[in-house]
Write a protein of this length. Structure first.
Length: 322
């Protein structure tokens, strides 16, 4: 008697029956960039992605919804003239992001809208926290983040996603949302967010590269996995509703650890650099973009992610439908 694992692989029906992991469009979140004006501006290092006008954004969102994609994560691209050290534009109720959120909720009501809380898209310093005398001031940043979250919830955001990695910001955001009456608005905490070089294309898209220094005093050291569990415990205690690990594939071990440490939904962010690598290799004829994208996303699910933020969400959903 020879054990024969191949017996379970004999036919498509058998393989489908014993498959351990499913990837559906309802597990995917499409990040999109929005800008003011009527033009859509392609992003060179992210082929297939653009800074979209609000009209273009609504059109993409409709496409995502029609393919069953669960939601979109929205990032505003602002001109330098609107950036200042305190990221003041982030709390302007008539700013680009609130207008984009309102348009989405009016035009594509079923689609979840997730907004990012951090100073960087609005900051003339390009940092996620407030820079005072060349240093990131953690505690002075918290009220700015909390006010930004309330502005986004007031515009209609379903889920607020603090991506700044300041200590204590989940509690600060939760308290501010509750005090403003937004008790039903959920928080997706970027819980284990690493100081990664894979964010390069995203910073091109928003022109948000730090003007000085780097993000290593707040984002995690790529060498550390156990430290992620400390962040998990804090974010759970502070009131997070989802925990996110970022980047994705290079951190699959961290996703697995976080999955085993929490009962909250776990999200993975397949980041801009991961997307750019697939697109660049495909453009050279070296990899099949669609096949490698679906495999990457399936592997993130297998590692333990319940849901995935990916620039390829719409592309993947189209493949899964067809
Ligand atoms: C910033 C933020 C970043 C991303 C999401 N929110 C970049 C950074 O920390 O510099 C990266 C996303 C990506 O690379 O796809 N708050």
């Amino acid at each position: 008697m020879l054990p024969r694992p191949r017996r379970n692989r004999r036919s498509p029906a058998l393989r489908a029956l014993v498959r351990e992991t499913e990837l559906g469009p309802g597990r995917l979140i499409q990040p999109l960039f929005v800008q003011d004006g009527i033009a859509d501006t392609p992003i060179g290092s992210m082929p297939g992605q653009a800074r979209l006008s609000i009209a273009g954004l609504v059109e993409r969102a409709r496409e995502a919804a029609s393919l069953g994609v669960a939601g979109i994560a929205l990032f505003p691209a602002l001109p330098d003239a609107l950036k200042d050290p305190r990221g003041s534009e982030g709390t302007n109720p008539d700013g680009l992001l609130p207008r984009a959120v309102s348009a989405l909720k009016a035009e594509v009501p079923g689609l979840l809208v997730i907004t990012d809380v951090a100073l960087d898209p609005y900051s003339s310093d390009g940092h996620d926290g407030l820079v005072i005398d060349g240093r990131i001031d953690n505690d002075a940043t918290l009220p700015l983040l909390a006010a930004m979250a309330v502005t986004q919830a007031a515009a209609g955001a379903d889920v607020i996603a603090p991506s700044d990695m300041m200590d204590g910001r989940i509690a600060a955001v939760r308290e501010a949302l509750d005090a403003a009456g937004f008790t039903d608005v959920a928080i997706c905490s970027y819980c284990a967010k690493y100081a990664s070089a894979f964010y390069g294309p995203f910073r091109d898209a928003l022109d948000s590269t730090p003007r000085s220094g780097d993000k290593k005093t707040y984002q995690m050291d790529p060498a550390n996995a156990r430290e992620a569990l400390r962040e998990v415990r804090l974010d759970e205690a502070e009131g997070a509703d989802w925990l996110l690990v970022k980047p994705g594939l290079p951190y699959a071990d961290v996703i697995r650890m976080v999955r085993e440490a929490t009962n909250l939904p776990v999200a993975a962010y397949h980041v801009s650099g991961e997307y750019a690598m697939l697109r660049a290799a495909a453009a050279n004829g070296w990899l099949d973009y669609e096949a490698c994208l679906l495999e990457s996303l399936l592997c993130l699910r297998r590692a333990g992610a319940d849901l995935i933020f990916t620039y390829g969400a719409i592309d993947a959903a189209r493949q899964l439908a067809g």
